[in-house]
Write a protein that binds this ligand. Sequence first.
Ligand code: SUG
Length: 455
Amino acid sequence: MNTLEYSFDGLVGPTHNYAALSQGNLASMQHGNQVSHPKEAALQGLTKMALLRRLGIHLGVFPPHERPSVSFLRSLGFSGTDEAVLRRALKEAPFLLACASSASAMWTANSCTMSPSVDSADGKVHFTPANLASKLHRSIEPSFTSEILRTIFPRSDHFVHHAPLPASDSMGDEGAANHTRLCPGQKERGLHLFVFGKQQGMRLAETPRVFAARQSKEASESIARLHGLPSGQTVFAKQSAHAIDAGVFHNDVVSVGNENLFFYHESCFENEAEVVEEMKIKWAALSKEPLVFLKVPEAEVPLSDVIRSYLFNSQLVSLGHGKMALIAPSECEEIGSVKAFLQSLESRSGGRISEVHTPRLRESMQNGGGPACLRLRVVLSEAERAAALPGVFLDDALTRRLETWVKTHYRDELKPSDLADPQLLLESRTALDELTQILGMGSLYGFQKSNSGHA
Ligand code: SUG
């Protein structure tokens, strides 16, 4: 039985915009109110997907969520026709309109945490949608994410879908962005590294001062429990408060792992030596091969350059024969220390990382989302793949159809005041309606299910 990793990329939604909604995410804070380019953003995403396919990586796609979410605005007291709801929200509460309109579900690394069947106690694939409780615009995502996951992975003999954790600060969960699975091979048992930034009773010295941590230890532990992951295969590590304050709002901004290689920045953990030791000990029970730690010191690439370039928000993918490729954002070419580091990467990795690709993802990057944010890693056996919805897996024909779909429906530009344009709502619904047909997903969106027109 062939077990493969699939990269589920988020399609950028038609309302992609810059609203400075994410405190602690420097790119989001810096680009607020700038004009966005939804068509370019979605095409950049598709180009990245095509690159990965050329490298032999298997891909699937997640559809965007419906935005603006008129139902979210209605739940906050705006009433009348959809047009009246949007107009009043723009006038009285532009922040709420921006939250209702964010295309943030494109960053599918935050959609959920997934555990492969080889690791879970009941031998099934487990999913827990992230509650994204720390940011209002993202807290709207979990219920629809849950619907997407249940639609794509429908059969209960293979897939277990948990409810999102309680939406409380103490249970803040940001999904796979704070989780790395290392493994000797995809069909073998893996080591799950969960990284959290806060926990009950945390000492003051370990608490970030400038920005709030998003992921809690209690949340990470709950997911491991729900998914039936053995304690011998889990490590819970504390993210460094210093890094959070510098703008590392998710751990995938400072680390990425694949197979037996963990690539990370010096500033990743609060207690690095202890974390590395625990990982090594637990790994030794899973594999005779060593777990390789490729650490980048501050002296070579300062944390500020890491955050500006998103060096670690790269996809590290297997090419076969023990080789890997790093898919890093094109910003890495523009920053001297990072560029120099990447030039030495092949030798520094003992020949393992033999290729570096730097696709342009500027539209997503300006909101703090690099290549790794845009994908969820899902490990599936052949039988599990056969039990999944076929229409979402990417091939040449689907890639072409999605390109045409984007070019037909997406706007070239969007500014904050456009979010209340009733025409934008109509365009988005028309696009999403067609997308469900392209992907064979049936009636997925609220506006497709209700006759009232109130999504
Ligand atoms: O949650 N940005 C997202 C970026 C998510 C990146 N994901 C990972 N690192 N895996 C966030 O901060 C910005 C939206 C705005 O400001 O308009 C935003 O939501």
